[in-house]
Write a protein that binds this ligand. Structure first.
Ligand SMILES: Nc1ncnc2c1ncn2[C@@H]1O[C@H](COP(=O)(O)OP(=O)(O)OP(=O)(O)O)[C@@H](O)[C@H]1O
Ligand SMILES: [Mg+2]
Length: 302
């Protein structure tokens, strides 16, 4: 089971569940090991953890979902009172910047029906179900929390002694044309996962890359780095400036800057329905990574 793929496939649902007041960030490890744990149970656990995080951040905050390869050594296993075997684990860590938990609450959090939520809001089963599933799978779960700072819940799922996950949709760029000369591309997208995918392609093609999460930071990058040849930007961006506005402002700074817009279906109108200025092109989501590679080489050659 590929945990990265599972996490990424849940991203939309998690975002909708926690709502717009909470910034969700997903950090997937490269070369992540696989686990045989049941995918439905992991999805269920992730959703429960996201809901707990949301409840702990009524005034908003940051939710981080992170995967990693982890080795638990003998000393750590001993410190857990024999609750877990030393060895290799695939870890899923869900962190929030919410209210945090007191040591008392942490001690009881996995008990069935333990809840601090008002009657009708929590049954106190979320963490106890997660605990049951993880233990049954031969894994381990830990809570790290500080009052007023936030909480991390980390699930350790036993590694399956198979191949590493062929990572987040593997794009075979063997045939794709490679960069001719060192060029630098600025990637602006509010989704870290999308930026990561595009940066992977750029790196494989031999392009330099700079990234930003919204229009104003993208503009700042353009002002400080003279070397940027091409801007790849999502059209829908947070921060009060959409991709089209960013491109227009960027071209005032750098008139020969080439621009590639990435749009969802509904956003085509925002970039002019295909009638583009010279040096501006559009790609609609979703697209294949080798199509992106050809597009970039086409735009940057000459
Ligand atoms: N991320 C978190 N931040 C702060 N407290 C938490 C967090 N996650 C769990 N808790 C505490 O642990 C308790 C138990 O959590 P658990 O998920 O088992 O039950 P619940 O969320 O109260 O109810 P249910 O999950 O059944 O709707 C919560 O009531 C809360 O006090
Ligand atoms: Mg819960």
């Amino acid at each position: 089971m590929g945990l990265n793929r599972l996490v990424i496939s849940m991203e939309d649902l998690v975002r909708r569940t926690v709502g717009p007041g909470i910034v969700t960030e997903i950090v997937t490890a490269g070369g992540l090991w696989t686990t045989l744990c049941d995918a439905n149970q992991i999805e269920n656990a992730l959703l429960n953890l996201a809901i707990n995080a949301r409840d702990a951040m009524p005034d908003g905050g940051r939710l981080t979902i992170e995967t990693s390869n982890t080795r638990l050594d003998d000393a750590y296993a001993a410190s857990q009172g024999g609750e877990v075997k030393p060895g290799q684990y695939v870890a899923l860590c869900v962190s929030d910047t919410g209210s945090g938990m007191s040591p008392d609450v942490i001690a009881r959090a996995f008990d069935p029906f333990f809840t601090t939520k008002p009657l009708g809001q929590g049954t106190g089963l979320g963490l106890s179900m997660i605990y049951g599933f993880v233990k049954q799978s031969g894994g381990h779960v830990r809570i790290y929390s500080e009052i007023g700072q936030g909480t991390s819940v980390k699930l350790y799922l036993p590694r399956h002694a198979g191949e590493a996950e062929t990572d987040v949709p593997e794009h075979d760029l063997g045939e794709a044309p490679r960069a001719e000369t060192a060029r630098t591309v600025l990637v602006v997208d509010d989704e870290p996962v999308v930026r990561m995918l595009i940066l992977d392609v750029l790196e494989e093609l031999g392009y330099g890359a700079v990234e930003a999460g919204d229009g104003p930071s993208g503009l700042k990058a353009l002002q400080t780095s003279q070397k940027i040849d091409l801007l790849i930007t999502d059209v829908g961006l947070p921060g009060g400036m959409n991709g089209r506005q960013l491109a227009d402002a960027a071209r005032l700074l750098k008139p020969d800057l080439r621009v590639l817009f990435i749009t969802g279906y509904a956003e085509n109108a925002a970039v002019g329905n295909g009638r583009m200025d010279v040096g501006m092109e559009v790609m609609s989501k979703p697209f294949a990574m080798d199509a992106l590679a050809s597009k970039l080489n086409g735009m940057l050659s000459g």
